[in-house]
Design a protein around this ligand. Structure first.
Ligand code: ATP
Ligand code: MG
Length: 251
């Protein structure tokens, strides 16, 4: 029961964040921030259309159990263009907050950039991490990176924000947990985003690493392990679903 409630709250959380971002960009367009001509605003409109489609697919997927990796939804996709889309979607949102979002890639990748997994869930994981990076950075830069680490493919989301104190790091994936300074700040939140991100990583068998220095910034690293068939990520050798669920709920 608790899992179902968390899943529904998580879905509402992500759908609402999706449309809040869209409405913020729409207001910027209306205010003429990006210019007046169709040519100038077209890239933004395309990003908005993708955001809208994403919201629809989140709702239509009826993901009450968002952490379940249904084999039907396992697919292969190109992480390089997937992140490029995310970058285009978040760039204006970062800009609205006077932050500079960068997308850094390598000129070539050892085994390409094809990933296997549930793209909607992986998108939710990334969006929550990028949203946090924007939310907890007052001024400065945010980096989204796609890199090789030996044979593996890794995504980094690094910010130059408030950071997380070392003694608080072990709490961040617990549902509803928020750092005391976040609770006191004007940043609204329910402490759900990182739980979603962690669950998605866990369901896919991905490792997630956090490095953070208080008052300096935070870096999340997600590792997509290289598989023998040339594709990164899930290989069908995950733990049985029930086992995963049990292990994934440290609460
Ligand atoms: N990039 C970050 N920099 C600094 N602190 C962070 C960062 N990401 C998360 N945190 C801390 O971890 C807490 C939990 O994050 P989480 O995303 O789960 O919740 P939230 O952002 O507070 O709210 P919600 O995601 O539900 O809108 C945050 O409240 C914040 O204290
Ligand atoms: Mg959050």
């Amino acid at each position: 029961m608790q899992q179902e409630v968390l899943s529904i709250l998580g879905l509402l959380h992500d759908v609402s964040n999706n449309y809040q971002g869209a409405s913020l960009v729409l207001n910027q367009i209306i205010d003429g921030v990006y210019g007046q001509s169709l040519e100038e605003i077209k890239p933004l409109l395309i990003a908005l259309q993708q955001t809208n489609d994403r919201g629809v697919s989140l709702i239509q997927s009826k993901r009450t159990a968002f952490f379940e990796l249904n084999p039907v939804t396992e697919e292969q996709f190109d992480m390089l263009s997937f992140l490029q889309n995310n970058y285009s979607r978040f760039k204006p949102i970062a800009q609205y907050h006077s932050l500079n979002l960068h997308y850094e890639t390598q000129s070539s990748y050892k085994h390409g950039t094809q990933v296997r997994g549930d793209s909607i869930s992986i998108d939710r994981m990334l969006c929550n991490l990028v949203t946090n990076a924007i939310k907890y950075t007052l001024a400065g830069d945010i980096f989204l990176r796609l890199l090789n680490q030996e044979d593996d493919l890794i995504i980094e989301i690094e910010d130059t924000g408030c950071g997380i104190a070392a003694e608080q790091l072990s709490n961040i994936f617990i549902p509803f947990w928020r750092a005391p300074q976040s609770r006191l700040s004007d940043k609204a939140g329910r402490g759900i985003g990182l739980y979603i991100a962690w669950m998605v990583a866990y369901a896919h068998g991905l490792s997630m690493r956090v490095d953070s220095v208080a008052k300096q910034g935070t870096k999340f690293t997600i590792i997509f392990p290289y598989k023998d068939d040339g594709i990164y990520g899930v290989d069908g050798r995950m733990l049985p679903k029930s086992q995963r669920l049990q292990d994934a709920l440290p609460i």
